[in-house]
Structure formats: structure tokens, C-alpha cells
Design a protein around this ligand. Sequence first.
Ligand code: ZN
Length: 658
Amino acid sequence: MNKEIGELIDISRFYGASRDFVIAGGGNSSFKDDKTLWIKASGEPLSELTEESLVALDREKLRGISSAVYSEDPVEREDQVKNDLHRCIIGPSGNKRPSVETSLHELIRYRFILHLHPALVNGVLCSRNAKALISQLFGDEALFVPYTDPGYTLYKKLETEIEKYRVSYQNDPKMIFLENHGIFAGADSVDEIRSIYGNVMSVIADKLHPLTEIETLPFSPLLHKVLPAIRMLLTDDKAKVIRCRHNSLISKYYVNQQEFHKISLPLIPDIIVYCKTRYLYIEQSSTAERIIESLKTQLPRFKHEFGYLPKIIVIRDLGILAVEDSYKAAETALDVYEDLLMISHYASQCGGIKFLTPEQTDFIDKWEAENYRRKMGHSQGSHNRLENRIAVVTGGAQGFGAGIAEALSALGLNVVIGDLNEEAGKDFVSKLNKKGSTKGAAIFVKTDVSDPASVKELIAKAVGEFGGLDLMISNAGILRAGSLEEIDPEDFNRTTAINYNGYFHCAKYASEVMKIQNQEKPDYFTDIVQINSKSGLRGSNRNYAYSGSKFGGIGLTQSFALELAHYRIKVNAICPGNFYEGPLWSDPQTGLFVQYLRTGKVPGAKSIEDVRKYYEEQVPMKRGCRLEDVVKALLYVIDQEYETGQAIPVTGGQVMIS
Ligand SMILES: [Zn+2]
């Protein structure tokens, strides 16, 4: 790697990692020599920049964009420029695309360019006094450019302004301040870039009162009822996730309409991209019912007036909600909207806030709508109904429960793992979240299913983190085998408390949330599924504590199903046969096969293989049950909308229902 590229990567990662400088992976950086410009590809976060995420472009071709003739229609024009930019790429680009801001980097002659949107700087740039303040704070060293529509128009505007600056000062500006947008710093060394940013930040910080401590505030218990309702009111063809945020900065702006007005419109283009142009404010917040009522009156008006449903909802005393198609997108929307709050806070110290005008936001709206349409066109067919649904899996930290959780995560569901084993749970969740292919997110909640308070907390966490609950999988269970002589009452009670009472706790608290959802969206189906056992359908020798608790589970399943059918909550049990391939049976030291061999339980068996054969012979399908067999049954019960209260055997024909 050449030295300058290494320096570019270092500096990009440094600024990219700080929230003071970069929100939602925004900003851009580049290096150029005489012939080539290397720039961060679109969509790659600055904080993770690598040599591979840079695009190399031919500078001479890039300059050609200046004199090319483009369509009068803005959307068509931006498309043509994008294609021209693509033609400037040197060598194979793979999936990498240069961003629309790329040509701006060519305009400035300095070798290194770092473009950022820091809230502190934008506080000045989004104020009524932006131009005067920049001139007062930075004098002739800075070029101020009034707001211009992003893309080609901004490129031409910047070209003219830089040319004028060159005529006046015989040099290129090292700082370019774009009104309602951000800053470009250019220099021939990264050290100088650093010192420019250091200076800009400290000069502005001296002028304003930087927000140093934003205190996190607790979530209101009302959210437990409010979120599932809001989620349903905003779910159209695709399930939504809601993320909430509450802190001391937010609390300043939600107290009344007047304060909310200060954060009611976009200040920079990025906010439109992530949060859209309009946000909903709910002032009624004394009870959950009043919040929901107020929302129900306001939503149709909002949709009628603006043509879409809100992504950002500000609720007095509760905080900000972001409603999105994925956990990550909701989190990004919160970051970007909170950035708007900060910019607004700073701008009000600079002579007042200057929002983008309707014409300015319209341009970005149209552009975004076009991009969205195109993106949807590309991703057709990949949509699955379960994507972005919210599932809780008890006993999901390891073994079979983890297998189910992993399968759900791979299908794009958000998964909440409830388990007693905190260490395994946290490890597993971080493993799930690292898998780049999955859209959903996973969280862990330490849970003892035999304790009702603990299960209540588990469900509350699922609602708090994702906004609702679609699938409750009661999987946690224990097995204490032994004869009547061997098992003492304590063991028996423990088995019952986890396997039987635990299922009751899951159904009790999960159904509360599911009922709220059904009330707001009566055609929405949800599921409670108990992972039962073939021992719940047929007695099991010297295993009555387990078997009895599982038989009980079938009784609960049927009874819950009758009670909850009205709310479109389906309740079913899945009854797998023995997992011969799992550690319970196959562990070479402690597995049941070894134990049965040692104790001579299988007459004539001389090896583990003999014991295994003996058991497999009892299954008509001649093998043990596997995870994928159970996942198929699970997907069936979720998909089926005309069946509830069933116990579905997955036993290879070993147990048949009569
Ligand atoms: Zn920008």
C-alpha cells in the first residue's frame, strides 16, 4: 500500500469513529496524485475504511463532467452524472460505486480532502447568521457556499465559487463551508487536515456552548403498552421495528408544540435520507390509551398531508421513537434525528435556526424516492414474510434452542434469547449479530422461566428493544430421568417448575403483548409455540417427571389455543423425537449411548454403535430427529392460519397421533 493511502485510511478511521464528526457513516475522504483520485466508495463507513473500500478514478475523465451536457430533468440528470462517474473508474470496481460527492473532491487541488458533517459546525451552518459567522470566525481562509441542491448543481456551484476564490487569493480554500450541509477540508498532508479540524472545532466550541453531558433518562412503563400498538398502526405490508431513545437533550424539545417546532423540519440533506422530511409529535402522554388515541387521530392526517407514514415520532415525556424496516435502520434514524436536535440546539445560539426550504427538501425527496424505487426493483423476490418479525426463544443460549434461534435469525427475524446461562447467552448473541447476512438483530436477557417476574422482564425487554412480539417459543426445559425410588420431590418440583410452569409464564406475558397488537391490527397473526417432546405424547419409562410435565404442556397448549384464538394468537406444540446426534445421546463420555452400553440396558450390545443401532431401529425413518426437522414444523405452524391447539409429532413415525 502506498504511504498516502495508508495515511488516508488512518485519518478516515480516526474521524469516522467519533460521533462528534460522523453520524450514520456519513462524510467522505479522498487522496489524489497527478492522474488518479482514490475516494471512499459509497455506503462504506469512514470508520472501517480499508484499501479495498476505496475507488480509484481517472482525474482527467472526472474533469470532463464539468463540460458535459446533461438533461434538464433533475432526476434524469443525476442519473447521467452517476453513469459518467462510473465510467471514470480505473480497473474493475466490483460492487463499489463512487458517491455523488466524488466530483467535488476533484474540484479542490489539495491532495487530501476530508468532508464531514459535524453537529457543532452544522450548528453554525444551519443558522440564520451562517455566512457572517463563518467570515467572522475564519476570515479569508474559508470559503462559504450558500445552500445548493446536492449532486450536479452543487458541483457546478462549487466549481464557480472555488474559481472566484482562486482569482481573489491565488490559492485554493483550505476550508469550504457548505450552508445546511457540512465542511470540506483540503490540504497536502494529513497532519494539516488534522490541524484544520482541530482549529475549526475549537474556534466554534469557544463561540457556542458545546453539549457536553447528555444524560440518559429512563423509559416510561407506558411504552410497554404503547409500542406494540404503534408498531401495528405503522405496519403495512412489512413488519416494523421500533427503537426508542430518551435523554436530557430530547426532553427539552418534547415539552410542547413550540419546542417541537425547533426540530420539526430537516436542517441538512442527510436527515431526509434517513428520517424523511416530516416528524410526528404527540403531546398527550398521561396514559397509554391517550397516546394511542392521539396517534390514531393524527396518523391519517399525516399520511394524507405528506403521503407517507412517519419514521420519527416524538412523544412528550417518553422520548423519540424510530419506526423502521430493521433494527439497524431504526437505530441509524435515531442517531441522525438526535443529530438534528444538536444542530438545532447550536443553531439557536447563532441567531436562530434556518431549516431547509420546501423546494430544497422536495428535490431530495424526489431523488430519494427514485433511489428507493430502484432499490426495491433490485431486491424483488428476496422479501420473506418473516423478515423483521420479533421472536423470543427461551433456553436459546445453547444446544437445540440456539439452533432454533440461529435458524430464525438467518430468516431475518429479530431474536431475543432468554436463558439462565449468561455467559453462553452473551457469546451466542454476539456471534449471531456478527453474521453480516442476517437482517435481524439478537439480544440476550438472563431469564429463569420458573420465575414469573423474570419472564415478565424478558417480554418487557423484547418490547422495549424491538417494539412488539410476534413469536414466543417456549423451549427451556430440563430432563431428570430416574425411577420412583431415585427421584426426590425436589427434583420433581424443579422439573415441573421449568417445563410446565415456565410455559404458563411465557404464554401469560407474551399474550398480553400479542393482544394489544391484535386490537390495533385485527388481521395480524402471532404464535406461541411450545417445544414439547415425543414424551409429551407417550409415557417414558423412568422419565415420568419430564414426561408428565410435557403431557401437561399439551393440556396447556390446547387450553391456551381455545382462549386466544379470538385474538389470532395460535398456540401449538411441536413434539420432536430423540436427538440421537446431539450431545445428550452422542457425547462420547457422558452421552446416553455410552451410559446404556455401560449399564447393559441394551441386551447383547457390544459397542456404542450397537446401542445406537438399537435405538435407530425403533424409528420407522431409521434415524434420530434433527434440528432442521423441527424448524420445518415450526415454519409450518407459523405459516398455517387455520390450525391451533395442535401437538405436532416430529418423530420419524415413531409416535403417531390417534
Ligand atoms: Zn456531504
